[in-house]
Design a binder for this molecule. Structure first.
Ligand SMILES: [Mg+2]
Length: 240
């Protein structure tokens, strides 16, 4: 049994800034400030980490608590629904459908979004039902921890089978670093804000331009050995 954990933003879909706008509005409502969206880079970070950084940046001297999340989650559904630039990334739906139909694979989420936010985004994309479980920003602000949580939940779901290989797919250096720390084999996709060369400099096990074509990704995951995977990865593109 192989477990494949997908990041959401920049990997499966682009929300067109819906998450960022919702968080900014939540800060406006809760603290009366308008955060400058250029001051903190959001991608690859968990919701709790982003909120913590904004609170430090603006010296708000506060533990965010549930209230800020409640405001955020009250704004998010509408922002996602009417986000004009929302899009499912090329090949994402096809890969997800392909893997969920394969009895050798179990797919789940490893995302910094809190679970409700993750579900809202996946529902608009029509992908939510393919992901029976995951690790979320609501499980931990630490991405390594939430990936471990996803692995544990996946293992419980496939019991008594334990996944012999875990793949973590994401679009940022953080997905690579934390995926590796959690014991995963890392696949980097250059469909977010990071290019292939920059992702490769963080030494993922495989780096691809996107989820389309899915051939190289499937071949990589099907290779049962580290050497086999390395050969496929090298064929997919030279290192930096
Ligand atoms: Mg991402």
């Amino acid at each position: 049994m192989r477990l494949v954990l997908f990041d959401i933003d920049g990997t499966l879909l682009l929300s067109g800034g819906a998450g960022t706008r919702s968080l900014h509005r939540a800060f406006q409502v809760r603290y009366g400030i308008e955060p400058d969206s250029t001051s903190i880079r959001f991608d690859g970070k968990t919701d709790p980490l982003i909120i913590q950084e904004l609170i430090s940046e603006y010296d708000l001297d506060d533990e965010p608590g549930q209230e800020l999340y409640d405001i955020y989650l009250s704004i998010l559904p509408d922002e996602i629904r009417r986000s004009p630039d929302f899009q499912v990334l090329a090949g994402a739906r096809e890969l997800v459908i392909r893997l969920s139909a394969d009895p050798d694979f179990l797919i789940g989420l490893a995302t910094g979004n809190v679970e409700t936010g993750a579900r809202l985004k996946l529902e608009r994309a029509g992908l939510s039902s393919y992901f029976p479980f995951g690790g979320y920003g609501s499980d931990s602000g630490d991405r390594t921890e939430l990936i471990r949580t996803a692995i544990r939940r996946g293992s419980e779901l496939t019991a008594p089978l334990v996944p012999d290989e875990v793949f973590v797919i994401g679009d940022t250096p953080r997905d690579i670093r934390h995926g590796r720390a959690a014991g995963g084999i890392t696949i980097a996709v250059a469909t977010g804000n990071y290019g292939l060369d920059e992702l490769r400099s963080h030494d993922p096990d495989l780096a691809v331009a996107g989820l389309q074509p899915m051939g190289p990704i499937l071949e990589f995951m099907a290779s049962g050995s580290r050497t086999g995977r390395k050969a496929v990865a090298e064929e997919a593109g030279p290192g930096p």
